[in-house]
Write a protein of this length. Sequence first.
Length: 412
Amino acid sequence: MVVTDVETMSCDAGWRNYYFVKITTDDGIVGWAEYDEGFGSPGVTRVIQTLSTLLINQPLPGVELFHAHAYARTRPAAGGIAAEGIAALENALLDVHAKKLGVPCYELLGGKVRDTLRVYWSHCPAWRINHPQYFGPPVTDLAGVAEMGKEAQQRGFTGLKTNLFMFDDGPAYAWRPGFASPFQPDLNIERRHVRNLRNNIEALREGAGPDMDILLDVNFHAKTEGFLKLLRGTADLDIFWVEIDSYNPDALAYIRAHSPHPISSCETLFGAREFLPYFQKNAVDVAIIDVVWNGAWQAKKIAALADIHEVNIAPHNFYGHLCTMMNAHFACSVPNFRIMETDIDRLAWDEELFTHTPEYKDGHLVVPDRPGWGTEPIEAAIRKYPPRSGGGLVQPRKAPAPHHEANPSTAR
């Protein structure tokens, strides 16, 4: 079997674009993967196009062989955008191999450990605060937050994740200085931020009830002192975990040692080498692995390394439906799985873009058993919604007037 073509394509995803890579072989088998350029990763497409020369008109390589070859070619600048491009091709190759054998991708990852995956409703209520033109109904105040908590509970979810928002000076808005929104590089946390965070969590608890697990993600939005202030200020609240991004494993280990809540982290790391010091220093309770950035094959290695250090893992998953399926195949195949991130608020046209969409039941994602990832992008739909300039963190788009009705999941 020979690889005859590698294509990249993209489409409009509201406040960002979706990105896909397609590998075609001479016997007609097509492998797909989804990747991303919106989460601070401009240029992945160019990396994929450059590295595709290692594949086109060559015999189909094994996933391990391809990764070793591509990593060697990019070793002087390993990680970052180069790693994301390698991962995208690696994931598409895995899809090709699984379809060649007529099996789901999880069979190539060691087989299923579980048939369903417990999920949490991510960006609750973030999407309805940040992007109300695409996801509704809009949330503008704490009453709306409580309603979202109630909705999550009524729809059968047992966990939800929220972020930092401000409610006390007009309509609610996100507080994301780690992503330059607002641009305050000092990343200081003041009493006002703690107060608004408490109000947000308490409103979610009021709506969702006592049995809902509430997760908090504060990303890179503070430094060590500020993260500790947030943790101390919420010590009496019942929080499933606090997600903190830090490139300093010693600092994160110090935070964890002084935290009243479990700490999760690592979603922006690449490869086992970058994860290892966080495990060695006992810096995390749960390690978050981005399968889109690392590739499912390499993610399995990271999960095994975590397991050796008595740490469970959780997939980072806030992309399109193909990414959710990719994460599901990975998560179902590892023994040390904790919980999976998923976005339930969806674009009005999300279901048009894929042959199959995720199935949720009783707060769990049902792992698909179709060959490959279990879904494929529909090229005609991708062309129907051409990509737009800007989007994501680097060049945020100005909010257009509402023109699409939100499409929440049909989960129950």
